[in-house]
Design a protein around this ligand. Structure first.
Ligand code: NDP
Ligand code: AKG
Ligand code: MG
Length: 734
């Protein structure tokens, strides 16, 4: 067994619903793993944990925390890494500010979040907070490409227990709106570097040259893109779509990824907020700025800042009356699409809308056709094609549909994932140039004030690894395999120049197709409609989008996906599902003490992690544990032991009892390892014999509001007592 600081298997400490689930599940895992001499320990990547570890200088010794993310960033580069990663918060500004406030209330002397930093000290604090914001964990941990698919058991379950799908009709007014020019898609340029280079990015204006960034280094063979979104074109597009929505009688909705694309997308979101409230900003812009309003933080924060300004509130109300109804996050509470940038995240929101027959929730708490505004055209065609496909063909039938697996290029901050330090809101008109150390001007764009310029890149080694993974997966399955690459898009053309020679050299070119996202969407939907399967081999953003889209259509949720990251240096990262941290579930637990979070993703990841551990170390007990996990997971599906959505019915904790029971039974019934068999026989017997007591204790706990001692930084003891209410179960687990 490894030392205390380096557990054999790392289980990440995260946020919200998955972290609550861990309070119940992890003790079971640790107890079972210890029987094979395997330690399972936590490393903290939660939002609160990352804030705490970033500001040691203002904290007491007791409050200080190690920088586990930095540690993990190194760990995933080691061949022995074995990490189970649960979804964590990629914080928007309002989430970060709320977490800081909660920690301050708990006695952490953290600096306030500086909205508009002016002094050097404020700028330094803001820079630190900016590193915590957005998708700050996943790009660091994901030192490998992504392999996401539904395990056979999960797919079979979905086919025999098909979920409800909303009806699609050919007269649906739902559609996708995206820019016809001036966006990232149309302005993209790309080049592959023939040798290693260091680049600087400058803005040349009539006043002279400003260095936006320097010292960006790229190894030989890196595909380096540059593009920008025109602020003027974006505003004109948004204004037009607001009017069109009104004319069409649909809901206005904006879908983007302000969390993962943490620099560009909050700015785009801010443009939408400003356009929506244009007359108010025109009249009261200066006053609102004084009050600290930042449109990028959303309507929610804006309303909070102007709450004592009756004149502005009245003006907002007047504008609202002239606007189309908005797609709502929570119509009971009046929370709109534009309230919080992290409430409507495209990967989860668009598939849910498509699953529901193209309907979004309106302010009247009823479902309506919706105008889905996705400004940038790079990936919007996927949703557009899907919507048109279902209008023409009717809803997908999950009972007969095949599956779309995904292999996503993601390692080493591939593509837009790594673009955060090289994304800029342009302060004044001029030319942005990307200049290499040998003087070559690699890319150049004429820009105007407010344009969003960004450069993304993808390195050669990850690209080659991704193509090779695709070849392996196609060989293992025989499925139709499609590279979702658009030969007419600059970046994709560079990737195709990598892909084709590798396929040809390996003699498998005839096994693969290359299609632009729109055509690939149609081809994939046609394939699965026939009950056949396909592999989508995509870049990073489509990895994210498709691994929610197809699972949500096929399985109702992406939470049950197998999500494996084969780390490039030999380790394994096992993600639990492809979904997020489900904030709504926490609310329900706090109000009703019912947790509807489904840990199936954790079960799938756990089985893989143990088997991987066996491969890596030769500890065959780990393999026995892993194979038994798979049997237990199958049991959860076969016996319908997944959590129910309603209070009073079995929840996440019940499913953990059943998981422990099936796992112990599988271990006591196997004959590969006599020691494990002997160890788990009495445990399995006790779990079966105590069923009534355990289920009774779990059920008695539900129904009342609970106190977790915090939302972002809950109290571990309080959380454990809420999440482990069965003394009988705790006694057996030890
Ligand atoms: N890998 C990662 O680290 C990821 C992190 N995130 C983070 O998660 C947060 C929320 O993101 P959001 O876009 O709302 O997406 P989520 O996937 O968290 O939530 C969307 C909905 O999916 C359902 N859902 C998701 N997981 C489960 C589960 N295990 N069991 C049952 N239902 C589930 C829930 O539906 P219902 O309410 O109907 O029950 C939930 O409301 C954000 O902070 C985001 O940054 C998001 C994606 C990935
Ligand atoms: O990194 C993030 O912010 C979210 C990632 C995500 O949604 C995914 O990996 O599916
Ligand atoms: Mg996602």
């Amino acid at each position: 067994m490894a030392d205390q600081n380096t557990p054999d298997i790392v289980y990440t400490k995260v946020d919200e619903a998955p972290e609550l689930a861990s309070a119940s599940l992890l003790p079971i895992i640790q107890s079972f793993a210890s029987a094979a001499g395997i330690s399972v320990g936590t490393k903290d990547i939660s939002l609160a944990g990352r804030i705490i570890s970033t500001f040691p200088e203002v904290l007491t010794d007791e409050q200080k925390q190690s920088d586990d993310l930095a540690w993990l960033g190194e760990w995933v580069k080691k061949p022995e890494a074995n990490v189970i990663k649960l979804p964590n918060i990629s914080a928007s500004e309002p989430q970060l500010v709320a977490a800081v406030k909660e920690l301050q209330e708990q006695g952490y002397a953290l600096p306030d979040y500086p909205y508009s930093p002016s002094t050097d000290e404020e700028k330094a604090v803001r820079a630190k907070y900016d590193t915590i914001k957005g998708s700050a964990v996943n790009p660091v941990l994901r030192e490998g490409n992504s392999d996401r698919r539904a395990a056979a058991a999960v797919k079979n379950y979905a086919q025999s227990n098909p979920h409800r799908m909303g009806e699609w009709t050919s007269d649906s007014k739902t559609r996708v709106a995206s820019m016809s020019g001036g966006d990232f898609f149309s302005n993209e340029v790309s080049a592959t570097l023939p040798k290693a280079a260091t680049a600087k990015i400058v803005l040349e204006t009539s006043e002279g040259e400003t260095v936006l960034k320097e010292g960006v280094s790229y190894p030989e063979g890196t595909v380096v893109d540059a593009t920008y979104m025109s602020a003027k074109a974006l505003d004109a597009f948004l204004a037009e779509e607001i009017e069109k929505t009104k004319a069409e009688g649909t809901l206005f909705s904006l879908h983007m990824k302000a969390t993962m694309m943490k620099v560009s997308d909050p700015i785009i979101f801010g443009h939408a907020v400003k356009e929506w409230l244009k007359p108010v900003f025109e009249k009261y812009g200066a006053k609102m700025e004084e009050l600290g309003v930042n449109p990028n933080g959303g309507l929610g924060a804006l309303l909070e800042r102007v709450k004592d300004e009756p004149e502005i509130l009245k003006a907002i109300e007047e504008v609202r009356e002239t606007r189309p109804p908005m797609y709502m996050v929570n119509s009971d509470k009046g929370i709109t699409n534009l309230h919080v940038p992290s409430d409507v995240i495209i990967d989860a929101s668009m598939p849910a809308l498509i699953r529901d027959g193209g309907k979004g929730w309106g302010p009247d708490n009823a479902q309506h056709d919706t105008n889905c505004v996705i400004p940038d055209n790079s990936y919007a065609p996927v949703y557009d094609a899907a919507i048109e496909f279902f209008k023409a063909n009717g809803k997908l039938d999950p009972a007969t549909a095949g599956t779309v697996q995904n292999l996503g290029l993601m390692a080493q901050k591939a593509e837009e994932y790594g673009s955060h330090p090289t994304t800029f809101e342009i302060p004044s008109a001029g030319t942005v140039k990307m200049i290499l150390d040998d003087g070559t001007v690699l890319h150049s764009h004429a820009v105007e004030a407010g344009d969003i310029w960004r450069s993304a890149s993808a390195r050669k080694a990850p690209i080659e690894d991704w193509v090779n993974l695709a070849i392996e997966r196609q060989k293992a399955t025989g499925y139709r395999a499609i590279f979702w690459l658009d030969a007419n898009r600059a970046h994709d053309a560079e990737l195709i120049a990598y892909v084709k020679p590798i396929l040809e050299a390996k003699g498998v070119a005839d096994k693969f197709e290359i299609m632009a996202p729109r055509e690939a969407t149609i081809a994939s939907l046609e394939t699965i409609t026939k009950g056949e399967n396909t592999i989508a081999i995509t870049g990073n953003v489509l990895r994210d989008y498709l691994t929610d889209l197809f699972p949500i259509l096929e399985l109702a949720t992406s939470a049950k996906m197998l999500s494996i990251v084969k780390l490039m240096n030999g380790g394994g990262l096992f993600e639990t599902g492809a979904g997020g941290s489900a904030p709504k579930h926490v609310q329900q637990l706090m109000e009703q003490n019912h947790l509807r979070w489904d840990s199936l993703g954790e079960f799938c990841a756990l089985g893989e992690s143990f088997k991987f551990y066996a491969d890596q170390t030769g500890n065959e007990k780990a393999r026995v544990l892993g194979e038994a996990v798979d049997i237990a997971t199958q049991g959860i599906l076969d016996e319908n032991r997944s959590p129910s959505r309603k209070v009073g019915e079995p929840d996440n904790r019940d499913s953990h009892y059943w998981f422990a029971r099936y796992w112990a039974q599988a271990l006591s019934e196997q004959s590969t390892d006599a020691e494990l068999k002997a160890h788990f026989e009495p445990i399995a017997t006790a779990l079966v014999a105590s069923e009534a007591a355990i289920v009774g204790e779990l059920s008695a706990a539900q129904g009342k509001a609970v106190d977790l001692g915090g939302y972002y930084h809950g109290d571990a003891v309080k959380t454990a007592s809420v999440m482990r209410p069965s003394g009988t179960l705790n006694g057996i687990i030890g």
